[in-house]
Every structure is written in C-alpha cells, then in structure tokens.
Write a protein that binds this ligand. Structure first.
Ligand code: EPZ
Length: 425
C-alpha cells in the first residue's frame, strides 16, 4: 500500500485551488438515474469515491463519459438495465445507498446491498428506508439486501426525519421529484450540498423549495430532463487547507471557494488566531505569528461545526497555547486519529464523545497509520507541523476524498511525497 512521507516545519505559502465537493458530486451523479436525458456535470473531482460510483452507475446501464482534463462528466441513463446495486461495489463506498431513491422513483423497484458500517460508526440507513415507506414503497431486508418496490409509483407525503441525516434527505428529495403529489421533508439536513443537489434537480425540471432550511417541499413531476450543473466547492477540503496554513504558521490563498460555506468553522479558526481575508473568488488564511489559541469545538449538523473537520481541528489544537475540548456529537467512533496524534507527541485525553487536547510546544514526526478519510488528513496536517519525518501508511483512505493532495501542498512549499506501493516498506 502507498505511503506518504512528510518532513515538517515549513510554513506554507501560496495558492491552492479547491476542487469540487465529493459530498456534492456523489448525490449529483445518482440524480442522473432520474432522467433518460443527459446530465452534464462540471467541476467533478477526480477521487476514488467518484470512480467507485461511476462503476456502480455503469452496471445500472448509465453511460458515463468522464473527461478528467476538463473535470466534466456526462451521464446518460437512457435505459436502466439493472436495478441491483451489488454488495461488492456498495461495500467499497457507503454513499452508494444514494441510488436507492432514484431507482425506486424511476423504475418502481430496486435491490440495493445494505452498506456496512465503517470505521467511524454503524451508519444505519433506517431513516432512508422509513422515509421511502412513507412515500409508498414496500421495503424488505433479505440476505443483506434492501428489496424495495413501488409498482404504482411513489406518492407524496409528509416525512419527519427523527435525526438530521444528509444522505437520507438527499435520497428522499430525489425520490420525491417523481412521486405523485407533494412531499414535505421535515427536520431535513441544511448542508450546502443539499442546496447544490436541489439546484441541479430544479435544472432538470423538478419543483423544490425550502432546500437549505429544515423543511423541504417537493411537488412531483411526470419526468425530468437534460441539464447542466457545476459541482460546488468542497468546503471540507477548504477547511482542511485553511488549517494547513495555520498549523505551519504560513499563509495560503484558497481559490474557487468561499467562507460562506463554513460559517462556524471560520469563526472557530478566527478565535484560534487565524487572519481571514476575502478576496476575489476565494480567501486568504494567514497565521498571525502568535501561538494558536485553544478553542472548544462541538460538531453539529450544518450550519454548526462540521464533523468532517473535527479531526483536522484537533490536529491544530495539539499545538495550541492552553487547551481545547472537542466534542463529537454526530458519529460514535470518530476519534481514531487520537492515538496516532499521540504517537507524534500530542497530549489528548478522551472521555466518551469528548476529547481534551492540552497544547504542546512541538509535535515530533513518527510512523502513523490512517484509519479513515478525515483522520488520515489530520495526520498529514500534524506531519506538516511536526519536527522531523512522518510516514503515513494506508493512504488509500486519503485518496477517497482529496484530489492530488501532495501536489497541492508541495506547490506551497510542503516537503511531502508519495511512496508507491512497490517501494513502500
Ligand atoms: C454524510 O454522511 C457525509 N457523506 C459524511 O461525510 C458526513 O460526515 C455526514 O453526512 C455528516 O455531515 C456524504 O455526504 C456522502 P448522516 P451520512 O446520515 O449522510 C445517523 C466524509 O468524510 N443516521 O448525516 O451518512 C448516523 O449514524 C463523510 O466525507 C441514522 O441513525 O451521515 C449519524 O449518527 C463521512 N440513520 C447521523 O445520523 C440513518 O438512516 C448523521 O448521519 C441515517 C443516519
């Protein structure tokens, strides 16, 4: 397996172009199943998860034409040849569950492997399934598969979700676009990726209002048509590189993104001492030259502090002046980066869903192991700040969500390289 080698201590300086959002692109790709006409997407990131989803959509019969150079992807689901999403593909990428709603809406049936849990939690899909039942689908679980059918099509209803769930909101919003009548999603997720999906669905002819609030209303239509849509910037990548600037005491211009995508995160970063300056189609993140101030953080659904930035913020807090209490409220096991950061000299104590980070003067490079997507990037950030060499193994986790991360960082002065498997220890 590939490894990433970092020699820390260089303040990063320069510009980083932010890619399209993984968590916007994934539902946008599955939206192609809702129409027989082509969906043209631009600003599509080149990520392992996107490759996995294209593999899944292709076996459903979707024609996928991906031009990596121009980052455009044309998806045409003229005929859906299979309504089965097999385990061997779904297990690689949980977000495959996002084909369920569109398949039932378009084909009136679907057989989708239950996505297993993952390292950060059990990740149940009960809210997706209950919601589809309320829209008239019959759902049976058998042999590890979700068997769903709606022979007379879906019927609009009011669906109150017991928990705020991003992909459940996306699945149900997509399914409702072709249901008979009106659907009201109550306690809906409010993430920018939900609004981006709604914008794309509207371009395809759907009638949706309230996206971005906790109540979304969808009036079903007969069919959806061709559309062109640009994937929004990745707010998690944005936040990750903002922390890279701060943790190395440097300054970075983050291009093709906006502070509007991360309201709570930006406020926490400013409390920690970052200088944030909006300019053009991006913003500067500058270190003040003073020590990082310890800031308490609690993850919450949008517009709260994003759970996907928790591990990265913890890496920053390991070298703060003072201490930081970090509480993870979304997932039950999202502190796996803690023992790895401690191997680098961090002082972190975990009690249940709360981690107390006591700042240390300096991290020390060490061999560490990536365990999940966001934990792995927190180790990259720590390595950039640490004295000496850090060797990160199992970096396939990184490739799921960060496009060309070594190139982007080394162009700003980072001493970072990928050791290909053949040569890796
Ligand atoms: C999305 O996952 C993101 N993935 C996650 O990003 C992100 O961490 C998460 O939202 C929270 O923001 C994509 O968008 C592809 P949830 P999702 O449903 O939708 C519970 C990354 O690193 N729940 O909002 O799966 C669940 O267990 C990934 O890019 C149920 O109980 O998350 C969790 O505790 C990681 N039943 C909470 O809700 C359900 O049916 C929120 O999960 C669904 C969810």
């Amino acid at each position: 397996m590939d490894q990433i080698r970092i020699v820390g201590g260089t303040p990063l300086k320069g510009t980083i172009e932010i890619s399209g959002a993984k968590n916007a692109a994934l539902p946008l790709l599955t939206a192609s199943l809702l129409s027989a006409d082509p969906l043209n997407l631009s600003n599509v990131p080149d990520l392992a998860d996107i490759h996995s989803l294209i593999e899944l959509l292709t076996q459903h019969g979707v024609k996928c034409e991906w031009d990596l150079g121009s980052k455009t992807l044309k998806l045409t689901a003229q005929t859906i040849t299979s309504t089965t999403a097999p385990y061997d593909i779904v297990r690689k990428m949980r977000a495959s569950i996002l084909v369920l709603g569109p398949l039932i809406a378009r084909c009136k049936e679907a057989k989708v492997s239950l996505p297993g849990g993952c390292s950060i939690g059990t990740r149940p899909v009960d809210i997706h399934l209950r919601g589809l039942e309320e829209l008239g689908a019959t759902i049976n679980l058998q042999d590890g598969y979700i068997h769903a059918s709606a022979p007379n099509g879906l019927v609009g209803a009011t669906v109150t979700m017991p928990l705020v769930s991003v992909t459940a909101t996306e699945n149900l919003m997509m399914a409702a676009t072709l249901a008979k009548g009106t659907t009201k999603l109550v306690n809906a997720a409010r993430e920018p990726e939900i609004v981006d999906l709604a914008n794309c669905l509207r371009a395809m002819g759907a009638t949706i209002q309230g996206d971005g609030t906790d109540t979304i209303i969808i009036d079903g239509v007969e069919k959806l048509s061709a559309a062109t849509h640009r994937v929004i910037a990745d707010r998690i990548e944005t936040g990750t590189f903002a922390i890279a600037a701060l943790i190395t005491g440097g300054e970075l211009y983050l291009k093709n993104t906006s502070t509007d995508l991360l309201p709570s995160f930006i406020s926490s970063l400013q409390k920690a001492g970052a200088i944030i300056e909006n300019e053009g189609d991006g913003f500067w993140v500058k270190s003040s030259g003073q020590p990082i101030t310890g800031v308490d953080v609690m993850t919450e659904p949008y517009p709260g502090f994003a759970t996907d930035l928790q591990a990265q913020m913890m890496a920053l807090m390991t070298i703060c002046k003072g201490s930081s209490m970090i509480t993870e409220t979304i997932f039950e096991n999202r502190f796996m980066h803690v023992p790895e950061l401690c191997r680098m000299g961090a002082n972190i104590t975990v009690h249940g869903s709360t981690a107390l980070v006591r700042g240390v003067d300096q991290l020390k490079g060490a061999p560490v192991m990536a365990t999940d997507l966001r934990a792995s990037v927190s180790l990259v950030l720590a390595g950039l700040a640490a004295e000496g060499e850090t060797l990160i193994s199992r970096v396939y986790h990184l490739d799921r969500g960060y496009e060309h991360i070594e190139e982007k960082l080394s162009r700003c002065g980072a001493k970072i390289e990928r050791i290909r498997e053949a040569l890796a220890a």
